[in-house]
Design a protein around this ligand. Structure first.
Ligand SMILES: [Zn+2]
Length: 426
């Protein structure tokens, strides 16, 4: 049993429970409610008491390139195309290896856990290494293997990449924490034939596709030159727009494209820091929400952020929504917290298992200590999480009932050893 000053279940109610408790058994949530009521019903084998904390579901980072944490700070003050072609891709050609992905993913997981992220969606080379890191550290993950037409450090061509990816899917087919997905890099990096092939395999296996889409205006202009229509229209024609598609970025959207995306139930992942840092644009959260699109949040990789802190994305996305919508009512506290948890889980097809503190769900939860001066006095714990510096106040993290982080210490990561490996790499 974990007792906490406040419990924020997200669903079925977005209201905080004062002096709440969560009971966990066999990695799942057994009950959620007022501590006094649950104390009468259960005799817990272990009790955690959190006097100044708010307990909530673990955050879902719906878009990341974990291993790029090793490229943090390697390319600053460049817009997307220059960032990719002049800095990141040449650097990746030199440094990407299985070892790099192992060290970088461990580093990213350590950072994400310390910021309250219990589930992340990854997309990078050597996905078998990233999956092994997630398996070893106990975090939950959607590992999307990379799909690109050109040769790279991991595969010589698309066929080899698909072959390796399908083998990886087989290896994790029955894993409760790790799911394999298709990481189609972007419409501009894949031929129509490759997109069709990806869709065919993804549908056959019933697995999601994640893709970078309409990240900036130049990408969309290129679409009109190459295929005579926007990439979203192009994907719609091919049949890729469906509820299993996770479209990342989406900063350039006409009203017709929003209708198209909403009509097909596409999941949209908003990465505000990365988009602002690369001057890509702003994903129109209020317009997408009004159209009924399910929205998730992502940090993107640390080379374009530079922190893997989803609470920081929540705060920024809330502010941008108010600006974009021209109304302070946009980006409301409850909506933003739901976006970082349950809606993020839905985007990854995991909302039946995670995203809220409800009986029967996986016990993926975090505690945030609100006793620091930035939060006092606590009038509304939910607002404190959205508009206060909550990422730095995460105190405890559990995934499937197993504690992975507490008070600055990691239970499954040797931080001194990891620091040495990171310094050895850099
Ligand atoms: Zn990305």
């Amino acid at each position: 049993m974990i007792r906490s000053r406040w419990c924020l279940p997200i669903a079925p109610s977005s209201q905080p429970i004062e002096q709440g408790a969560v009971v966990i058994a066999d990695g799942r949530i057994l009950a959620v409610g007022p501590a006094t009521e649950l104390a009468g019903r259960f005799q817990p084998k272990a009790l955690v008491e959190l006097d100044n904390h708010v307990l909530l579901p673990g955050l879902v980072n719906a878009h990341c390139h974990a291993a790029m944490s090793l490229l943090r700070g390697a390319a600053e003050d460049l817009e997307l195309q220059a960032w990719l072609t002049e800095a990141i891709w040449p650097l990746e050609r030199r440094v990407v290896s299985g070892e790099m992905v192992r060290i970088g993913t461990d580093l990213a997981i350590a950072e994400m856990l310390s910021r309250g992220i219990t589930c992340f969606a990854d997309m990078y080379f050597f996905p078998e290494e990233a999956a092994a890191c997630a398996a070893r550290t106990g975090v939950r993950a959607q590992i999307a293997f990379p799909i690109i037409d050109s040769a790279n450090a991991w595969c010589a061509n698309l066929s080899e990449g698909l072959h390796k990816g399908l083998k990886l899917h087989d290896a994790y087919r029955n894993d409760a924490r790790i799911g394999i997905a298709f990481g189609a890099h972007s419409a501009y990096m894949l031929s129509e034939e490759s997109l069709r092939k990806t869709l065919m395999y993804a549908e056959e296996l019933g697995r999601p596709i994640q893709i970078h889409l309409h990240e900036n205006a130049a990408e969309v202009e290129e679409a009109f030159k190459r295929v005579g229509r926007s990439w979203i229209t192009h994907l719609a024609e091919i049949g890729l727009l469906n509820p299993s598609l996770q479209a990342v970025h989406m900063t350039q959207l006409t009203d017709a494209e929003i209708e198209l995306v909403a009509g097909h139930g596409v999941q949209v992942v908003h990465c505000p820091h990365s988009n602002l840092k690369l001057a890509s644009g702003i994903c129109p959260l209020p317009r997408l929400r009004r159209a009924g699109v399910n929205m998730a949040l992502g940090t993107d990789g640390a080379a374009s952020n530079n922190a893997l802190d989803l609470f920081a994305e929540v705060r920024l996305a809330a502010l941008l929504a108010k600006h974009e919508g021209g109304s302070a009512a946009e980006g409301a506290v409850a909506d933003m917290l739901r976006m970082a948890t349950l809606d993020g889980a839905k985007a990854l097809g995991l909302d039946h298992e995670i995203g809220s503190l409800e009986a029967g769900k996986q016990a993926d939860l975090i505690a945030v200590d609100l006793s620091g001066p930035s939060f006092l006095p606590v009038r509304d714990p939910a607002a404190a999480l959205v508009h206060g510096p909550a990422g730095g106040a995460v105190s405890h993290v559990w995934v499937a009932g197993r504690r992975l982080y507490a008070e600055g210490e990691w239970d499954t990561i040797d931080m001194a050893d990891l620091r040495g490996r990171v310094q050895g790499f850099a």
